[in-house]
Design a protein around this ligand. Structure first.
Ligand code: PMP
Length: 453
């Protein structure tokens, strides 16, 4: 099939996730290969991957150690079920995960994507209390604008209006408290925002803790909700309240895990010890669909007993614990160690924030938010009033189309431009990416916005 035929057939047969297909038809893209942080389309055009192929690529594409580990495993077996039978790479990866995970997490329950890891955490937290005979603890606290995946359970603990509202009657209710957004608070003072937000959480827990099973949080920053960074001390405060009111703390590290924020896991920024933690995306270096829900021994023990007691966790997917994926996961963590990648991510985050200085002067850059190598640039019509551009103008989307034309891929979250390059991006590549980022933003917020106003 030649590139033109592929284009036509992609429009005829494909239905892409999280994509309005009329947009795709106007601006189709078909990736054929990748090398390092560069991906190439079927016409041979190259793009810097500033989105890490949806926030997951760590070492770049075609990393030799990962390729070799998968090939080696392929000579043994590609997949066998984990239901009732462990497999070799899943055991080795589980040991490694527990070694690097926050203290107190001792068990690994595998799945194959982030939403499912969240779904599992929700079910585990719910059943944990049921198994202990505390039947009234059935609800979950979440933060406004939270995102935890697209399955019914994970959407129920999410609260992004644009993605979730249409499904409202399909979802179970969660108790949503406001995310402590510094940019959108009148004081713009982190301490004030933190204290106010913790106070409102305390009030909720004082009233309703006896019916709350757990609190679900994206630690340190909210990804899909707009790359919103929490004020310092907020997560630690949440942990303390969860302990005080005896509810489980569930952290969703699907996006933030594996060095992305400059620590192996984002909870390390504040020394927080969750009861449950979800991981996916970077777990295989961005190669294969593996996810996991890590649990404390106390939670594990609540499910342990005779089969007749019905304490078993009745959950499992066909591809759970896939051997090729777990072999990649193991090789991924070895590269992390060998290359000191978390330290590197911290240093590159400093470079990124230096490079972002050049964006601050732009007329329509309202806020630049960053936690390690996870960044968002919010575009606004008016910096003084923080007024947004009209929704229909799609300034964020237009700026990323321009970036694509200039040789860089990323996806916007409304008018927040995501900047999340692979951890392996070099200094020069980061400089080039930020330069394209700037050009795309300038074009969309000035020329394009003026003509289409
Ligand atoms: N949780 C968070 C915090 C995420 O950012 C995402 C995906 N962006 C998910 C869960 C869902 O992961 P997946 O796409 O693998 O289902």
């Amino acid at each position: 099939m030649n590139p033109q035929q592929l284009l036509e057939k992609s429009k005829k047969y494909m239905w892409l996730p999280f994509t309005q297909m009329s947009d795709y038809e106007q601006n189709p893209l078909i990736i054929e290969s990748g090398e390092g942080v560069i991906v190439k389309d079927v016409f041979g055009k190259e793009y810097l991957d500033a989105n890490s192929s949806l926030w997951l690529n760590v070492h770049g594409h075609r990393k030799k150690e990962l390729d070799d580990a998968i090939k080696k495993q392929l000579d043994l077996i590609a997949h066998s079920t984990l239901l009732g039978a462990a497999n070799v790479p899943s055991i080795k990866l589980a040991e490694k995960l527990i070694e690097i995970a926050p203290e107190g997490l001792t068990r690994v329950f595998y799945s194959d994507n982030g939403a499912t890891a969240v779904e599992i955490a929700v079910k585990m937290a719910y059943q944990y209390w049921q198994n202990k005979g505390v039947n009234e603890k059935t609800k979950f606290v979440t933060l406004s604008n939270g995102y935890h995946g697209d399955t019914v359970g994970s959407m129920s603990v999410g609260s992004i209006e644009l993605y979730h509202k249409v499904y409202t009657s399909l979802l179970f209710d969660s108790l949503v408290i406001p995310f402590p957004s510094i940019y959108r608070h009148s004081s713009m003072d982190g301490q004030v925002v933190r204290n106010e937000s913790l106070q409102s959480l305390r009030k909720l827990l004082e009233k309703q803790h006896s019916e709350i099973a757990g609190m679900m949080v994206e630690p340190m920053l909210q990804g899909a909700g707009g790359m919103n960074v929490m004020p310092k001390g907020y997560l630690k405060g949440v942990e303390a309240l969860c302990r005080e009111f005896n509810i489980l703390l569930i952290v969703d590290e699907v996006a933030t895990g594996f060095g992305r924020t400059g620590k192996m896991f984002a909870v390390e920024h504040e020394g927080v010890r969750p009861d449950l933690m979800t991981v996916a995306k970077g777990i295989t270096g961005g190669y294969l669909p593996v996810a996991a829900t890590l649990a404390s021994e106390e939670i594990y023990e609540a499910f342990y007993g005779e089969y007749e007691e019905m304490k078993t966790f009745f959950h499992g997917h066909s591809y759970t614990g896939n051997q090729l994926g777990c072999a990649a996961g193991l090789a991924n963590l070895e590269i992390f160690e060998k290359e000191g990648l978390v330290q590197q991510a911290m240093e590159k985050a400093d470079l990124i924030s230096e490079l972002f200085e050049g964006l601050k002067e732009l007329e329509h850059v309202g806020d630049i938010r960053q936690c390690g190598m996870m960044c968002g640039i919010e575009l606004v019509k008016d910096r003084a009033t923080k007024e947004l551009f009209p929704f229909e103008l799609r300034v964020g989307y237009q700026s990323t189309l321009k970036m694509r034309e200039l040789g860089m891929l990323t996806r916007p979250l409304g008018d927040v431009i995501v900047f999340m390059p692979p951890l392996a991006a070099t200094h020069n590549q980061l400089k080039e990416m930020v330069s394209i980022l700037k050009q795309g933003i300038v074009w969309a917020t000035t020329e394009y916005a003026r003509v289409n106003r």
